[in-house]
Design a protein around this ligand. Structure first.
Ligand SMILES: N[C@@H](CCC(=O)N[C@@H](CS)C(=O)NCC(=O)O)C(=O)O
Length: 219
């Protein structure tokens, strides 16, 4: 169950309706936005990610409130966001005061909590095949980070020493479950060997090859 038992931050508990902590350019958040759309829930008004004024905490019928956590401004590497998501990544979802983490788990939760066509098949054999792909996607997410940063973002995504110190301090309060600290150390100091990036690219290539083969029946 992706629900966080006792969030450190008081913010999610104050929120009514659906509020998504996300970033437009983040694929992990994008897949949750797709799922919300499939459930007929439209993007609603924008609020600052840490806004808790009486109007900011309100929900919207049939919509979700957008709370942008900018990965460019490094909002995710702040004390405030680290208290919402100890791994300092997006997305996070608040639903009627409860906090949910991990994109694929959030999607499973939305599928159960909202009506409409199921996103995850109910027929056991299809469900098992889907969940196998879900696990694979979770596992491969790290590879996407290596590939997009190295070949897509370049210097833009490097952290300066002050930012790295801050990240390390914040990660010590949590679990660094996404290994952000070690990744950014290596990435910003250019000490990750090219072979490591190529290995991640090969893993993604192989997974897409498998999925493409599976979809050859015309889907
Ligand atoms: N397992 C997490 C991974 C989340 C994740 O890594 N999110 C990325 C965006 S796609 C992020 O916030 N990255 C921050 C960074 O790399 O500094 C999930 O699926 O929710």
């Amino acid at each position: 169950m992706p629900r966080v038992e006792q969030p450190t931050s008081p913010i999610p508990g104050a929120l009514k309706g659906l509020h998504l902590f996300h970033f437009d350019g983040a694929p992990c958040a994008q897949r949750v936005r797709f799922a919300l759309g499939e459930k007929g829930l439209a993007r609603g008004r924008e609020e600052k990610f840490d806004a808790v004024t009486p109007t900011a905490v309100e929900g919207e019928a049939g919509r979700w409130v957008s709370r942008i956590v900018s990965l460019v401004r490094k909002d995710h590497m702040t004390q405030t966001y680290a208290e919402i998501h100890p791994n300092m990544v997006v997305p996070a979802l608040a639903h009627d005061g409860d906090l949910y983490l991990e994109s694929m788990d959030i999607i499973e939760y939305l599928d159960e909590a909202f009506g409409g066509a199921p996103l995850i098949p109910t027929k056991p054999s299809l469900r098992a095949a889907t969940m196998k792909r879900v696990e694979q996607a979770k596992e491969l997410h790290r590879s996407i980070r290596y590939v997009t940063f190295h070949w897509g973002l370049g210097r833009l995504a490097m952290l300066n020493p002050k930012e790295r110190r801050q990240l390390t301090e914040l990660a010590h309060q949590g679990e660094d479950g996404e290994n952000l600290v070690s990744f950014y150390e290596g990435y910003s100091n250019r000490t990750i060997p090219e072979a490591v990036y190529c290995d991640h690219l090969a893993k993604l290539y192989e997974a897409f090859r498998e999925v493409n083969a599976e979809l050859k029946d015309g889907r």
